[in-house]
Ligand binder design. Structure first.
Ligand code: SAH
Ligand code: SF4
Length: 343
């Protein structure tokens, strides 16, 4: 018999299900809290649920319908999980601890593979397998919490896949993370390669996370060379959408810009980027290119050029950060997630 997966349910749905089994509503509340707030790994952990009902749960239900297949721990404390889903496909999720902050950030995947084909990214190299359901996305966080017994405080949708190519599930996942895991929408960030219509749609959503845009180039010519999406939604259309997003949400956007040595890290590119961003309320996150196994010969930027690029942008009043490289020794850094065991 197929077991019922309880982490799929909203609180109301869980109540309905438990009450249908002849139990009181408070029982559902206990179970909800064990799953979402107390990192219960099994029904036997739920010590205030009476034994007979735990036996029923063990027989008929499961908390999750996926599992941690492998776990790699980086020398900097970053943990990369390979999560196996019910059909045997896997996706990666990365837990990042920052020693000097109390934040614990989880980077989640939203698809197995990716259709976008960005030239610098390992995820798209093996093609696209399928979308992850909302519950499968949220399970990545639950599994990491169960594994570490820590409470995750921030979620970034920056793992494998293009969130806006799986929009309905992303919206549902955001709601589950907010309502069930009690993580504020201010602590969630969704990164997109720039599927323009969904930027307008997100601006109308009830819960609006921080929007991060993978821009990576200051003009059409360079962007087209490294991101096929530029052919469908070009950088000028993207700019219009970002200005509108600013207007509707009043929120600052994060602009992600991978620095690739000699390609987009020149002084000219910095000036062009400043001009492109002048009407957009944003912070800029520079990401040093992480080499991936590919036949394309992109280079890491050198440190001097990177700092020069940063100073030029700052001189024009932008807040700029250089993204810390996390977990590069276990291929957990940006762009390195390839879900190796799917191959
Ligand atoms: N698909 C979404 C989110 C996942 S990628 C997106 O593209 O925005 C998360 C970030 O890592 C993106 O900004 C992406 O462009 C960047 N990235 C991809 N490959 C990279 C690489 N090799 N080095 C550095 N950053 C990379
Ligand atoms: Fe997909 Fe993002 Fe990688 Fe591009 S950078 S291929 S959109 S995961």
């Amino acid at each position: 018999m197929k077991k019922v997966t309880l982490s799929k349910f909203s609180k109301e749905e869980l109540c309905d299900y438990i009450v249908k089994q002849g139990e009181m509503k408070f029982r559902a509340e206990q179970i909800h809290s064990w799953i979402w707030a107390k990192n219960a790994k099994s029904f036997d952990d739920m010590t205030d649920v009476k034994k007979e009902f735990r036996a029923f749960l063990n027989e008929n239900c499961q908390i999750l319908d996926c599992r941690i297949k492998t776990r790699q721990i980086s020398s900097d404390g970053t943990i990369k999980y390979l999560i196996e889903y019910k059909d045997g496909l896997c996706a990666e999720a990365v837990l990042m601890r920052f020693d000097n902050r109390s934040n614990l950030s989880m980077c989640v995947s939203c698809q197995v593979g990716c259709k976008m084909g960005c030239k610098f990214c390992a995820t798209g190299k093996n093609g696209f397998k399928r979308n992850l359901e909302a519950n499968e996305i949220v399970s990545q966080i639950l599994l990491a919490q169960m594994d570490t017994d820590l409470k995750i405080t921030n979620v970034v949708f920056m793992g494998q896949g293009e969130p806006f190519d799986n929009f309905e599930n992303i919206k549902k996942a955001i709601e589950l993370i907010n309502k069930n895991l009690q993580i504020s929408i201010r602590r969630m960030t969704v990164s997109t390669s720039g599927i323009v219509p969904k930027i307008y749609e997100l601006a109308q959503n009830d819960l609006i996370p921080t929007l991060a845009i993978s821009l990576h180039a200051p003009n059409h010519q360079i962007r087209e060379k490294i991101m096929p999406i530029e052919k469908k939604y070009n950088i000028e259309e993207l700019k219009k959408a970002l200005i509108e997003f600013n207007k509707i949400t009043k929120d600052r956007i994060t602009i992600e810009y991978i620095l690739i040595g000699g390609l987009n890290d020149t002084k000219e590119c910095a000036f062009e980027l400043i001009d492109f961003l002048k009407d957009i309320k944003c912070n800029i996150n520079l990401i040093p290119y992480n080499p991936i196994n590919s036949d394309i010969d992109f280079k890491k930027p050198n440190k001097k050029d990177m700092l020069k690029f940063k100073y030029l942008l700052e001189a024009f009043g932008k807040k700029v950060t250089i993204r810390l490289e996390r977990g590069a020794d276990i291929d957990a850094a940006c762009g390195q997630l390839a879900g190796k065991l799917n191959n």
